[in-house]
Design a protein around this ligand. Structure first.
Ligand SMILES: [Zn+2]
Length: 456
């Protein structure tokens, strides 16, 4: 048993029986299925970080590892998965039995590779705050003070943006320092990425490229047009604080028999599209601060009419929650968009009332986000959780970021002849690749993740 514990410390992998069935017969007689639990960010003692990119098999893209058969004379390695013979590149020419690169040491079944040149420029992490304004005055005050504390704790080079919502969605232009300026969108109407591009003047004074996907500075957007909404924390602290300070409650009157008109889903969709346009593929998080049920837009969970009660557990069980399916469908689509962009959704839901986490959670789970539930933005559960996120120092705030500067590839081998997991950790949501030999079929994965729909 102790050897398995050692293996877990070394690779962060725990399996049902810590062994694979050797034959088809054995596999069929397994009552408990073979499974592996893997902890991607487990700190592993004495793991070297190699300052170069991993060597991949030409055919199956697996990574060179201690189970590869190496011909030192011919400078060839045989991939243990597809048996493809691969030539070593020039910089491996000095390889010999006495002079092994670290990834071939038998004890390094888990190994890290640091930043590789083909992964693009260094991108800072991005925080987009999405803030509910349909709150009572007291709650707004609590939230403002928590947010301004969080802003102080942001890493200086990280980019920050702000969206507020209520009846309307407001995207604040923090780069315009002279006076508060924002783009306003109707909460009941869905806005596509294309419409955002048009309406937020991303091509002001310049012709719009008429072919291809427009996303990020590499594909058509000028850095200046992006810097209007996402600014380095060190540059926009003042503007951000003054916008927050003046932030009013949603100004639209709410009749006594109605709920506030809160368009959570529209705001989140705009946030996702904005990040998709400005910083695709970089380590960005949408941090949503929500203080009540969504009553407007595709993700609404209840009508505005107070005479209609919010769905209960019983309604959800019986499938009697009228708006549930539509809302879940909306958030499933949103999670797909976020996964595709490599972005995360965090939810801070603080209210005595329900906010609709049941509907929204799919988008948080699949993107590897965080949910914090508390009864008030003044409650220590919320305040301390928010502070903790920004205070930890490991791995950039303790969160994994899709950050190319920290590009990390870990390759892990579980049992020599059958299975290897190579984890290409694009940080934050992380891209997780599993390679296995042809006798092993991956049944699925459980956890906060979504399939990239690549067939292997
Ligand atoms: Zn291969």
């Amino acid at each position: 048993m102790s050897e398995f514990v050692d293996l877990e410390t070394q690779d962060g992998v725990r399996m049902t029986w810590n062994t694979f069935p050797g034959t088809k017969q054995e596999a069929l007689s397994c009552v408990i299925p073979v499974a592996a639990m893997y902890t991607p960010l487990k700190p592993i003692p004495d793991t070297p970080v190699l300052p170069y990119s991993p060597l991949r098999c030409r055919i199956c893209r697996s990574i060179l590892n201690p189970f590869s058969v190496v011909d030192y004379v011919a400078k060839i390695w045989v991939c243990p998965f597809c048996f493809q013979r691969n030539h070593f590149p020039q910089h491996y020419m000095s390889i010999s039995e006495e002079n092994l690169p670290a990834e071939l040491f038998p004890q390094y079944t888990t190994i890290e590779y640091a930043s590789s040149p083909d992964t693009g420029p260094k991108m800072p992490s991005v925080f987009l705050f999405v803030v509910d304004t349909c709150l009572i005055e007291e709650e707004i005050m609590f939230l403002k003070s928590a947010l301004s504390q969080a802003i102080e704790l942001l890493p200086e080079n990280s980019l920050v943006g702000l969206i507020t919502f209520g009846t309307y969605v407001q995207v604040h232009e923090l780069g315009f320092g002279h006076m508060p300026k924002s783009y306003v969108f109707k909460g009941s109407k869905e806005i596509t990425k294309e419409q955002l591009l048009e309406q937020m003047c991303f091509f002001a004074g310049r012709p719009r490229p008429n072919v291809g996907v427009i996303a990020g500075p590499r594909d058509g957007l000028s850095p200046e047009s992006i810097a209007r909404f996402l600014l380095p924390a060190s540059e926009c602290e003042f503007v951000l604080n003054s916008v927050l300070e003046e932030l009013p409650r949603d100004p639209w009157p709410v009749p006594a028999d109605q709920r506030a008109s809160r368009c959570t889903s529209t705001a989140l969709s705009i946030a996702a599209s904005l990040l998709g346009l400005c910083v695709p593929g970089s380590g960005a998080r949408i941090m949503a601060f929500v203080g009540g049920p969504s009553t407007q837009g595709s993700g609404s969970i209840v009508s505005k009419n107070l005479s209609e009660p919010i769905r209960s557990h019983k309604d959800l069980d019986k499938g009697a929650a009228a708006l549930y399916n539509k809302a879940v469908k909306f958030y499933e689509a949103l999670s797909k968009q976020l996964v595709h962009q490599g972005h995360v959704l965090d939810l801070f839901a603080c209210a005595l009332d329900q906010v609709g986490v049941a509907e929204l959670k799919v988008a948080v789970e699949r993107t590897g986000g965080i949910v914090v539930l508390a009864e008030s933005f003044g409650h220590s559960v919320f305040k301390d959780s928010l502070r903790r996120i920004f205070q930890s120092t490991d791995y950039d705030l303790g969160l994994a970021f899709n950050n190319f500067a920290l590009h990390k590839i870990i390759s892990v081998n579980i049992t020599p002849d059958f299975f290897l997991v190579s984890l290409l950790e694009h940080f934050h949501s992380g891209v997780f690749e599993v390679n296995c030999s042809k006798d092993v079929k991956v049944q699925g994965i459980i956890g906060p993740c979504a399939s990239l729909e690549k067939v292997g």
